[in-house]
Design a protein around this ligand. Structure first.
Ligand SMILES: Nc1ncnc2c1ncn2[C@@H]1O[C@H](COP(=O)(O)OP(=O)(O)O)[C@@H](O)[C@H]1O
Ligand SMILES: [Mg+2]
Length: 272
């Protein structure tokens, strides 16, 4: 695991396969997070359950600890993992897929086991992005037969994941996930492009106390239709730069020009 903010990391097997973020690092990342209402509700419920652990133990009802998030890029899946770690005041362990996946698939399975062992030993949010890369459906997989072994290992690890850590996985290709893997998740969250109200909420946060023309916010939430959160962030920052260069307040023209320069739809067309 790489060092972050000079934090000493616990030495554990598999620790070199991930990046470690303290709850404080996470707090910085999630200052401007905006959830869609359904996801806000799911997360709130999840956190409430964790706060009431004893009651669940008493009733012999298992406590959820496996979340899968799916939806297009730039909609806040990774950010949600940071949010969860910050809320729970535990570190985020962001697994680097490229170091997990090995040309020898036997090695990949063993790496998967190691990262889960790590999370079992020290409470954290264990986050695996591009989860489809290791949890592909076994039937469809004609890459290498051995991939089934990776999926089997993953299933075993998920079944044995009874600890104070939370496992979170994200994918843009949920339909390619193995069904058995999919079923192991107690919590599922769909991410999508923001609607107008959500766009407006996020743009307001992005503009902050930057001086703006009266209509800017309203116009911006209309003209940034079909943009992801990540797109909106880039466009509003670009617009602010333009305003600063001109020593002017932020206007809807700045937003419009920045939108045209940034070309979010061309990018969205390629990836969706
Ligand atoms: N729901 C959101 N609320 C606030 N900012 C967001 C949201 N989604 C994305 N962003 C912005 O876009 C960036 C990329 O988002 P990310 O969480 O990595 O998306 P994903 O993992 O879904 O591809 C974030 O760092 C943040 O700046
Ligand atoms: Mg991501």
């Amino acid at each position: 695991m790489s060092k972050n903010n000079n934090n000493r990391l616990p030495r554990a097997k598999g620790s070199e396969m991930a990046t470690f973020y303290t709850p404080k690092d996470c707090a910085r990342k999630v200052k401007r997070i905006v959830f869609q209402p359904e996801n806000r509700r799911i997360i709130k419920e999840f956190l409430t359950i964790l706060e009431m652990k004893e009651k669940f133990i008493l009733h012999d009802v298992p406590i959820p600890n496996k979340i899968v998030m799916f939806g297009p890029p730039g909609t806040g899946k990774t950010l949600t993992a940071f949010y969860m770690a910050q809320q729970l005041d535990i570190p985020l362990v962001l697994v680097r897929l490229d170091t997990i996946i090995h040309s020898h698939l036997g090695e990949t399975a063993s790496n998967v086991r190691k990262i889960f062992e790590y999370a079992k030993a020290s409470p954290c949010v264990l986050f695996l992005d591009e989860f489809d890369a290791i949890a592909r459906t076994r039937e469809n997989n004609d890459e290498v037969k051995e991939m089934a072994r990776v999926v089997n290992t993953l299933l075993q690890c998920l079944d044995e994941f009874e600890c104070d850590s939370i496992f979170m996985a994200a994918t843009n290709l949920q339909e390619e996930l193995d069904h058995a893997v999919w079923r192991r998740f107690d919590t599922k969250m769909t991410y999508g492009m923001p609607d107008e109200a959500t766009r407006s909420e996020y743009i307001r946060l992005l503009i902050g106390d930057f001086e703006k023309e009266e209509q800017t916010l309203k116009q911006a939430s209309m003209s940034l239709k079909d943009c992801s959160f990540a797109d909106m962030e880039q466009i509003v920052l670009k617009a602010k730069r333009k305003a600063i260069i001109e020593s002017s307040m932020l206007t809807s023209e700045h937003i419009r020009y920045s939108f045209e320069e940034y070309k979010p739809h061309l990018i969205a067309g390629v990836i969706s």
